[in-house]
Design a protein around this ligand. Structure first.
Ligand SMILES: [Zn+2]
Length: 365
């Protein structure tokens, strides 16, 4: 199993300069290749292969205007083309939207190095075109004897540098358990379990939101292009980064516990994109990080020998009585509690979670 380990690191001024230049070249190559592909598709109705993009890159490097592409490691540039290839494959398979251009301001700056473009020796990582290893903060150990196969360097909008190491790892499945659970992604609670337990949204989020709003107001008051504006923008980015970090930590704790305690986890295949169209719900859903939570559940159930059962999103989980199976005609969002003709009293979310588990069927053993 491949697993990524992400750490902060502190580049020397030379390393930072080399990386910033590499990020710029990666972005340029990605955008140029995207432009070329879009043109080929629109004008000639044809796709462009990776080999073709790669040949184009070689040609660009030979032109005087783009000769600077030769100054950085060629591997991250090749990887950018591979990422674009994958993005188009997802687009054509209807799994993703059409790839968009990477912007210097809005996109996360990153560069990916494969085995030939870095040296890994005695736990020290040296990237191509660099003399010294990176000064990495090993906040948790890499597994014993791990050999990274791919290394991704990035810088977030708050100016922090990260390196992610992809390593091959054997993960032992957990011993089987009897319990299974259905999950309902809620508005009042982050999650409701079929046993009735509710997992709250992280408590700090509201306070951080206020801090963010304050930083954003301060930014809006600063003059465009001024030094103070740049400082204020960095401050906004730092608050964003802290919110995202703490939310991720929280989701890791929640998903690890769910996967440890349950053999089957049944979730509704909610399309986040569809839900976000409803603006009243948008904030709560993005805050809850449902998409991230789903992703974590997917790989953790896979690692630990558990099952994630995804229930069709047209399954009427809120309208069904989980006791007698009667379907209610309507169940507006404002209804939090209801009584079925059979006499069962339901909490909206607990009932939905129970139905999810029923729909997933009995646990496979
Ligand atoms: Zn009933």
């Amino acid at each position: 199993m491949k697993r990524a380990y992400k750490y902060r690191f502190y580049p020397t001024p030379e390393q930072a300069e080399e990386l910033v230049r590499t990020f710029g070249c990666v972005r340029l190559v990605y955008n140029k290749a995207l432009e070329e592909r879009t043109r080929a598709y629109k004008m000639e109705g044809r796709g462009v292969s990776y080999a073709e993009s790669s040949a184009a890159l070689t040609a660009w490097k030979k032109t005087p205007e783009l000769a600077f592409l030769c100054e950085v490691s060629s591997v991250p540039l090749q990887q950018a083309l591979r990422h674009l290839q994958a993005a188009f494959a997802n687009f054509f398979a209807r799994r993703a939207k059409h790839p968009t251009f990477k912007s210097r301001k809005r996109s996360r700056a990153s560069a990916e190095y494969t085995r030939s473009a870095f040296r890994w020796r005695d736990g020290r990582l040296t990237l191509a075109k660099m003399g010294a290893p990176l000064d990495i903060v090993w906040s948790r150990p890499l597994p014993e004897g791990a050999e990274p196969s791919t290394v991704t360097v990035s810088r977030d909008p708050a100016g922090r540098w990260f390196v992610s190491l992809l390593v091959e790892e054997k993960i032992a499945p957990l011993p089987p358990v009897e319990r299974s659970t259905g999950l309902d992604a809620g508005l009042t609670a982050l999650l409701t379990l079929s046993c009735g337990e509710q997992i709250a949204n992280p408590r700090h989020e509201r306070r951080e939101r206020r801090r963010l709003a304050k930083a954003q107001r301060a930014l809006a008051r600063k003059e465009k292009g001024s030094k103070n504006r740049a400082k204020a923008r960095l401050k906004v980015a730092r608050v964003h980064a802290r919110i995202a970090d703490r939310r991720r930590d929280y989701l890791h704790k929640v998903t690890t516990r769910l996967v440890r305690d349950n053999q089957v986890i049944a979730v509704e295949d909610l399309s986040v994109r569809n839900l976000l169209k409803n603006h009243a719900l948008a904030r709560a859903i993005s805050d809850a990080g449902w998409r991230e939570l789903r992703r974590m559940l997917e790989y953790k159930t896979d690692w630990y020998g558990r099952t994630l059962a995804v229930v069709d999103r047209f399954f009427p989980s809120s309208k069904l009585c989980s006791v007698c199976g009667t379907l209610q005609e309507a169940m507006p969002l404002s209804v939090r509690e209801w009584v079925c003709a059979c006499g069962a009293v339901h909490d909206r979310e607990v009932n939905a979670a129970k139905n999810m588990l029923l729909a997933a069927g009995p646990a496979e053993s």
